[in-house]
Design a binder for this molecule. Sequence first.
Ligand code: GUN
Ligand code: ZN
Length: 373
Amino acid sequence: MTKRIEFQLAATDGAARTGTIRTTRGDIRTPAFMPVGTAATVKAMMPESVAATGADILLGNTYHLMLRPTAERIARLGGLHDFMNWQGPILTDSGGFQVMSLADLRKLTEEGVAFRSHIDGSKHMLTPERSMEIQKLLGSDIVMCFDECPALPATDKAVAESMELSMRWARRSKEAFGDRPGHALFGIMQGGVTQELRGISAEKLKEIGFDGYAIGGLAVGEGQEAMFGVLDYAPAMLPEDKPRYLMGVGKPDDIVGAVARGVDMMDCVLPSRSGRTGQAWTRQGQVNIKNARHADDPRPLDEHCTCPACRNYSRAYLHHVFRAQEMISGMLLTWHNLHYYQEIMSGMRQAIAAQRFDAWQQGFHSTRAMGDI
Ligand code: GUN
Ligand code: ZN
């Protein structure tokens, strides 16, 4: 019998938690940061390099893969893991969020979302049922419910109606997903920045019953203070014995603040995307490698980092290859950023296990400069 995905909590410190999600493709140590591999690649990284940074799980995207190369083609070629040469767990987002931010000519109905591809203008329809089918064809280990994420600010009425629609879609997602041992289905809480709506959303999701629960609808322009305001109550509305996943977050200090409030999993394009635009995240703060003051600097990006970019190259070299638009620039900076993010995660896991997460957080904040370094 294929075993089910299980979550084992090992320790808590305040609201923060550490544990392990056991999957048929390997363990995910939590709190976990998932690098984003939207189009069947973490851009500029070989899969073995992504694993070397300490990532246990990647995120893939229904929206991008259904359009190109299509889920059916990936299924014919043996599924997403073999296709992209990543044998660890993969979580796939369900498509609704990406349709709303990327697709052209969207039409939202009770049934789902009709849209045109941002790549070639072709017509498509995503529904909860179709999203479940695509994520099954991909072979995703953790499947996300099909939901709608309203852009903030929005009126309470609009946020409430959108949340209710997402909850109806969550029920349809669960029915369409069926019983698939070895694969997990996560519900997604919505409700904007309104506590009452978050509470209603949590109750509906718990009534349906999921293997894990995501907090959606954040990091959409509300700002860190408002996001932390929601995270002060939202995680506790979700079952304690299931993983909690904050979608699309964030900067290093967002991640630390989210874990402090009870979040177990996160994903964000930030470390990989900013690596390709010359932005590095370090213990001391952000470094903009294109700045001319790095041109003669023989020091590494971060003296304390053990990644290949910091061990083997100077800021001067990283500055040069960025300015010369050499491909190694994106490769090295992405590696560094992902490595740094994973060091934050492992630091938090150890600190929570040792009941010294407060001290760890103080250390994290004390080394950081306010501006660019
Ligand atoms: N990614 C970031 N936020 C969201 C959200 O609210 N829903 C989904 N499906 N994906 C997200
Ligand atoms: Zn480094």
